[in-house]
Design a protein around this ligand. Structure first.
Ligand SMILES: Nc1ncnc2c1ncn2[C@@H]1O[C@H](COP(=O)(O)OP(=O)(O)OP(=O)(O)O)[C@@H](O)[C@H]1O
Ligand SMILES: [Mg+2]
Length: 206
């Protein structure tokens, strides 16, 4: 099972690395053109440093979070680092993962980003993808949906959230320096959060 968790992280990393230029171009419009470069560097380190054979999913995610924290930099390093380290708390000692476990891990990850970033939904950040994704996931699971169904709904909601970031002004992070001029641009962090969820969905579906 844990090898599957590593393989899923690798799948996320490969997607982020594939999208390095795209994410960096988005950040060029409203930031400092480093989001894709930062994230790709972080996931390259995750692929290299996180052990594939540790059976404890919590330990694997904790190592992932610490690696992102120390290699990504910028605003998103501490935020994604916190997300994985918080998710790890829900999965400490677990060697397999249920749809409820995934929901709890996503919930802690999202709450961790908000706390660390002092941010809420509607500020043109990664939370504009993550919060609707979490809500959609929980709704689908409450209806009796599977992990894959929940992830499908989470990804659809994240995509809508990313679209919505185009219509609002940033009030957190570097893009907030632009104020109203950030309207019309898609948030890079919300986009990397959507790509992350899509990679997990596609990995689960395989
Ligand atoms: N307070 C926050 N809460 C949640 N997400 C945030 C916050 N601040 C920034 N972000 C997210 O981080 C993304 C930018 O990440 P990036 O890696 O480019 O860091 P940065 O803004 O360049 O950092 P720095 O200003 O320290 O160089 C934004 O698109 C946004 O989604
Ligand atoms: Mg940046």
């Amino acid at each position: 099972m844990c090898a599957r968790v590593y393989d899923c992280l690798k799948c996320i990393g490969e997607r982020i690395i594939e999208n390095r230029e795209f994410l960096t171009d988005l950040d060029r419009e409203i930031g400092d053109a480093d989001h894709g470069v930062n994230m790709a560097r972080g996931y390259a380190a995750v692929i290299e440093k996180v052990p594939r054979d540790n059976p404890d999913i919590g330990a694997v995610l904790k190592k992932t979070g610490m690696t992102l924290l120390s290699t990504v930099g910028g605003a998103s390093g501490p935020l994604y680092g916190t997300a994985y380290m918080e998710a790890a708390k829900a999965l400490a000692g677990k060697e397999s993962l249920t749809k409820e476990d995934f929901g709890k891990a996503l919930e802690l990850a999202v709450a961790g980003v908000g706390k660390r970033g002092k941010s809420v939904r509607g500020e043109k950040t990664m939370l504009d993808a993550l919060i609707p994704a979490l809500d959609a996931y929980n709704r689908k699971i409450a209806e009796g949906g599977s992990l894959a169904d929940g992830l499908d709904c989470a990804c659809a909601a994240a995509k809508e959230g990313v679209e919505h970031t185009k219509s609002i002004a940033a009030t957190k992070g570097r893009a907030s320096y632009l104020g109203e001029r950030s309207i019309g641009h898609q948030d890079p962090g919300a986009t990397s959060a959507m790509i992350t969820l899509e990679a997990i969905r596609d990995f689960i579906r395989e």
